[in-house]
Design a protein around this ligand. Structure first.
Ligand SMILES: C[S@@+](CC[C@H](N)C(=O)[O-])C[C@H]1O[C@@H](n2cnc3c(N)ncnc32)[C@H](O)[C@@H]1O
Length: 241
């Protein structure tokens, strides 16, 4: 039952990428179907139904935006699992991404959703975050050195109101072999995408959680590597009301 629903959600979220070319469409289908975080953030109701202003930092080709819009559309048409919470409304979603090609694919796919969805090219170490109710940074922070990571988290906290949610996923540098597999895959993928072998900046899960708590967040951690030999952890950080 849920499998069939997930297939419809995948179709709905990936369809816009047909307008962005074969690669964008194939990538969307592969990523949104194989990465458990997209399903889990809906099934667990990580974002409140009221939703609001989203800010996705390092958004790639904006797959998360398309996924959330598709989820809301299916929910409003009455097509939604009875035991899942209501998905968030997206009042606006701003995405920032470093790579021009990803920005172009995201824009081509979601052009007809502007101005609700706006994808911009920018380095999140430098861009002004403005205000948001929900901030997401999925699999991005390890590309950024430690002082800039801390500055970004501080500015994310400043952008959020009481009740605001910050969702991130990081690799746990103290997870032994699983972490090393994760690290190796990351380097290989970055290299294949045409970049130099990057320096990656990890922390232990305890360090991430401590950093967020010091900024005033309440922090929940959830393993998020299902079916893969990775050490990925989802951190849900909430601003106390
Ligand atoms: C592994 S991808 C994840 C993309 C997206 N968050 C997702 O979950 O599908 C990491 C992304 O972070 C982007 N990125 C890395 N450093 C960045 C920076 N300083 N500013 C903006 N984007 C950055 C990369 O270009 C890449 O698209």
């Amino acid at each position: 039952m849920t499998e069939k629903f997930l297939a419809r959600l995948l179709d709905e979220a990936s369809r816009p990428y047909r307008a962005a070319g074969h690669f964008a469409y194939g990538f969307s289908r592969g990523k949104l179907s194989s990465d458990c975080i997209f399903r889990e953030l809906l099934r667990r109701g990580v974002f409140p139904a009221a939703g609001g202003r989203f800010l996705d930092l390092g958004c790639g080709q904006a797959g998360l935006a398309s996924w959330l819009l598709a989820a809301r559309k299916l929910f409003e048409s009455g097509d939604w699992p009875a035991d899942w919470p209501e998905p968030p409304r997206v009042a606006e979603l701003r995405g920032f991404e470093l790579m021009a090609k990803d920005v172009a694919r995201g824009r081509a796919a979601l052009a007809d959703r502007e101005p609700q969805v706006v994808i911009r090219q920018g380095d999140i170490c430098k861009t002004d975050f403005g205000r948001a109710d929900i901030v997401t940074i999925l699999d991005v922070l390890h590309y950024i050195d430690h002082p800039n990571q801390e500055d970004i988290l501080r500015r994310v906290r400043a952008a959020l109101p009481p009740g605001g949610v910050f969702l991130t996923r990081v690799g746990d540098a103290e997870a032994g072999l699983y972490f090393h597999v994760c690290d190796w895959v990351d380097r290989a993928v970055t290299f294949v995408r045409g970049h130099r072998l990057p320096t990656l900046y990890y922390r232990s899960l305890a360090d991430w959680a401590e950093l967020l708590r010091k900024l005033g967040f309440e922090v929940e951690t959830v393993p998020m590597s299902e079916g893969k030999p990775f050490a990925n952890v989802m951190l849900v950080a909430r601003v106390p009301v």
